[in-house]
Each structure stands twice: as structure tokens, then as C-alpha cells.
Design a protein around this ligand. Sequence first.
Ligand code: FES
Ligand code: FES
Length: 150
Amino acid sequence: MKIELNLNGRPRSFEIEPNEYLLETLRKHHMTSVKNGCDASTCGACTVLLDGKPTLSCTVLSIRANGHEVTTVEGITDEVDLISNHFGDEGADQCGFCNAGLALTVYALKKEYKNPTEEDIKNYIVGNLCRCSGYQAQLKAIKTYLEDQK
Ligand code: FES
Ligand code: FES
């Protein structure tokens, strides 16, 4: 079956299987920033934005993206560079496996909240696990990124 979607600002159409998940479809079409960490909705490495909302692509059927807007980090590279610089400055960028998913979540947070509290930030990123950083450096990097964007 065929789906049509807007991927990173461009209209695209993909042939998919009825039981295919969005993670697989995106990776098949070279969106390799989208990672498979657990394949079970628990790690956040596969996060993409579906109509602007952070969404776990490993457990969303590709058909659900039909007629919708999907964003991966390939579509917001300038913003991701800014976020990554803050992560680097705070030592939050280690193996990097979680970074793309987290960057998309942080980008969505910035769009949704004007002045998020530390609690808001923690709640928003709770689904993006990181096995390396211990989270404090990430939190600091996110705060400085959000401050700089004001
Ligand atoms: S790969 Fe989707 S949540 Fe882990
Ligand atoms: S930096 Fe390694 S999983 Fe987050």
C-alpha cells in the first residue's frame, strides 16, 4: 500500500506493508538518525515529530503517518546544531545514540512551552533514556539552550 506524507518539509510517498512501523519506513528511506534502541516504546531513541508532537516511531504503524507531517533531525539541522553545541559544552554528548531523539523532544518542548520550569523539562524528556550521561549534564544543556533562545 502507498502512503503520502510530508517528511521534513517535502511531500513524499512510500510503499509500505500494512504491518510496517514508521521507524522501519523512515530508516529504509535513509532517515538513519532515527534509532532502534528497544523496539518496545521504552527508550525514546526512535522519537520523531508527528505533526510536531514527539512520537515513538517503533510502535506507530506507518499508515498512521499517511496525510501527516513527520520531522526527523535531518529536517531541522540548524536547530539540532544549536542543541548539540549545548550538549557538547556541558559534556552531555557521549555515545550519541540518544541524541537525535532527545534533540527532537527538546525542539518540541521549546515550541510548546514559553517558560518551562525544571519540572516541566524533566517531565517532557522523561521518555528519552540515556545510558551514558546521568541526565544532570543533559538538563543543564537543555536549560542553557532554552535560555539562549529567548
Ligand atoms: S526504539 Fe522506540 S522507544 Fe526504544
Ligand atoms: S549519550 Fe549514550 S545513550 Fe545518551
